[in-house]
Design a protein around this ligand. Structure first.
Ligand code: FES
Ligand SMILES: [Fe+2]
Length: 377
């Protein structure tokens, strides 16, 4: 169950080489990326229309790509313009082209109906390309469905336990209740935690001795993009006084590779004015340790679900954002109608809903908890 009419991040800008072919699978569709002479990125289905060989095993010729099997040549629109040994090229000899946009270092492909590709739906991942923010780009591959990673990002109570020695450092994060509100194509989550020790990974940013007031404020948007301001300020400092605060902005997005595997693109950036550039590398090294903690837990969770796919999950108050976002995905997919369902089934095989659907989460338990119910609707 995937939203199709959406921009999905397929790569960091720097991953797409200048003179070679690059391939990555999104929603079960292998997609070829390459650059034209004027540095425009082209996205084509990585599957020759002749006998379905991957075009990525061929070669780039100017702004075109030649299949490495029998030599059909395709232009940047996906149209075949040459068939070796043939005077003519049938009109139907073409491969699918995807709308593609580069915005602030993220390369997005539109996986839905081409005429509905709308740049205004791109997320504001500003800190990926901003002189005031510094970071090291990250990527992890997951052998789990996208939904489980979205769930993880929607509920930071896990910071207290999964990330006890990295991002968390206190059980107060799990005890704090997040505020949740609707935003266009997503939800906004705000969690504030008062008077807690600095998390171990803040050491990469600055020396802190006393307790902090911490905040996590983020939008989580379709198809699975987190845009977050977070930080911590010494408790004795006035609100608004950021001179001794740690201030971070993070852009993270999870793109389904298939129904059961996922690409995770991320960065955690810091204000350039808060110290020298070496801090970005140190922050990245700390972050990757924490994100491996997530991957380890989510991979183990996916295995446990696979072992007994019918087992229900039990909803708790902390799951309010998880339920709301899953409902938004389900409603959006339903709004897209049969076209989306058929296209997803063709490209991904079995539906992701075999692992942890809304039904399995069980809305009944939600209704028994009035506080959650108010937030979840
Ligand atoms: S499979 Fe591509 S030219 Fe034959
Ligand atoms: Fe995490």
């Amino acid at each position: 169950m995937f939203v199709r009419n959406c921009w999905y991040v397929i790569a960091w800008d720097h991953e797409v080489p200048r003179d070679a072919l690059f391939t990555r699978t999104v929603l079960g569709e292998a997609i070829l990326l390459y650059r034209t002479a004027d540095d425009r990125i082209v996205a084509l289905r990585d599957r020759c229309c002749h006998r379905l060989a991957p075009l990525s095993k061929g070669r780039k010729e100017g702004d075109c790509v030649r299949c490495g099997y029998h030599g059909l040549l395709f232009d940047a629109s996906g149209r075949c313009i040459e068939i070796p040994g043939s005077e003519t090229v049938p009109a139907k000899a073409r491969v699918q082209r995807y709308p593609v946009v580069v915005k602030s270092k993220w390369v997005f492909v539109w996986m839905g109906e081409e005429e509905r590709a709308d740049p205004s739906l791109l997320p504001d991942n500003f800190s990926c390309d901003h002189p005031d923010w510094d970071y090291v780009p990250g990527y992890l591959h997951y052998e789990t469905p996208q939904a489980l990673i979205c769930d993880n990002l929607l509920d930071f109570s896990h910071l207290s336990y999964v990330h006890e020695k990295t991002l968390g450092g206190t059980t107060a994060i799990a005890q704090a209740r997040a505020e949740i509100e609707a935003v266009p194509r997503g939800i906004k989550v705000t969690r504030r935690v008062h008077d807690v020790p600095p998390p171990p990974y803040y050491k990469a940013v600055r020396k802190l001795t006393g307790n902090l007031d911490r905040w996590f404020i983020y939008d989580f948007l379709l198809p699975g993009t987190l845009l977050m301001h977070s930080g911590g300020r010494p408790v004795e400092d006035a609100e608004g006084d950021m001179r001794r605060a740690v201030r971070l902005h993070s852009c993270q997005t999870v793109t389904p590779e298939t129904a059961t595997t996922t690409h995770y693109f991320f960065q955690q950036s810091r204000r350039v004015e808060d110290g020298d550039h070496g801090v970005a590398e140190a922050l990245y090294r700390s972050l990757i340790v924490a994100f491996e903690e997530d991957r380890d837990m989510i991979t183990a969770q996916a295995r446990a679900i696979d072992a007994d796919p019918g087992a229900p999950m039990m909803l708790l108050a902390m799951d309010a954002a998880v339920v709301r976002f899953r409902k938004l995905v389900a409603d959006t997919v339903a709004d897209e109608g049969g076209w989306s369902a058929a296209a997803t089934a063709r490209s991904t095989g079995p539906s992701i809903s075999t692992r942890g659907t809304l039904d399995q989460l069980g809305s009944q338990q939600l209704r028994r908890d009035g506080a959650v119910e108010r937030r979840a609707r």
